[in-house]
Design a protein around this ligand. Structure first.
Ligand SMILES: [Ca+2]
Ligand SMILES: [Ca+2]
Length: 230
């Protein structure tokens, strides 16, 4: 069970972009990620093809510090930072929002470990592809602004997720070769991981690529639509 109201906004935005081009062009969405990429491009692919398209490269953590990714910001200046925005968006029962965006009450479902939580303090907002993993697989070459956009990516509902602090701390900065959520959520997680890596043009290391292929083979080859961020 996932409640992601922002998803409908993303779908509407993607549909609007499709509608903005002639019908014959809309019938042939981009399916290949080889070569040219452009921010804002909507890629319509499948899970298997998307996994195949991720570039394989060695990863390098040299120079990584968590503060290289500025977060949490309050992009729309409504008093609620990115963490609070995700908590509000994903609540099964909405919390009361007080001064300084203090969240009281509410209920959340953490799909990583099937936990039901009734206190925002018990949740972390997880970067599905962790900041350190992003650094290792491409973000070390980005500008500070790009890293800030990555760390606060509210435009992509698959990028950030409210989960139990317990499960997030078990995951830490591990990739799919070393940590997975509960079995019932794995296919969603693998698809979300692949979508985020695709969106941001991040590479995968060989162990991770092997794990993604193995995991995806046990999942339906669902269609995957990704708006490229860079
Ligand atoms: Ca805000
Ligand atoms: Ca990796």
């Amino acid at each position: 069970m996932r409640i992601r109201p922002v998803l409908s906004v993303a779908v509407a935005a993607a549909a609007a972009m499709v509608l903005a081009v002639p019908a014959h062009a809309a019938a042939a969405p981009a399916t290949s990620l080889g070569g040219h990429r452009a921010a804002g491009e909507v890629v319509a692919t499948t899970l298997y093809d998307a996994v195949d398209a991720l570039p394989v490269a060695d990863e390098d953590r040299t120079g990584y510090v968590r503060t290289a990714f500025r977060h949490w910001i309050d992009a729309d200046k409504d008093g609620c930072d990115t963490r609070k925005e995700v908590l509000k968006a994903e609540a099964v029962e909405p919390p009361a929002v007080g001064p300084n965006c203090t969240l009281t009450g509410g209920m959340w479902f953490s799909p990583y470990d099937d936990a039901v939580l009734q206190d925002a303090k018990l949740l972390d907002v997880d970067h599905v592809v962790p900041l350190a993993e992003a650094w290792d697989s491409g973000a070390s070459n980005w500008s500070a602004k790009e890293r800030e956009a990555y760390a606060n990516d509210l435009d992509e509902p698959r990028a950030l997720i409210a989960v139990s602090a317990r499960s997030n701390r078990a995951k830490a900065d591990k990739d799919v070769a070393d940590w997975l959520p509960t079995a019932g959520y794995r296919c969603t997680y693998v698809a979300d991981w692949t979508a985020v890596k695709t969106r941001w043009g991040l590479s995968v290391d060989q162990r991770e690529a092997d794990a993604l292929h193995r995991l995806a083979a046990d999942c339906p080859n669902e269609s995957l639509t990704v708006t490229l961020a860079r």
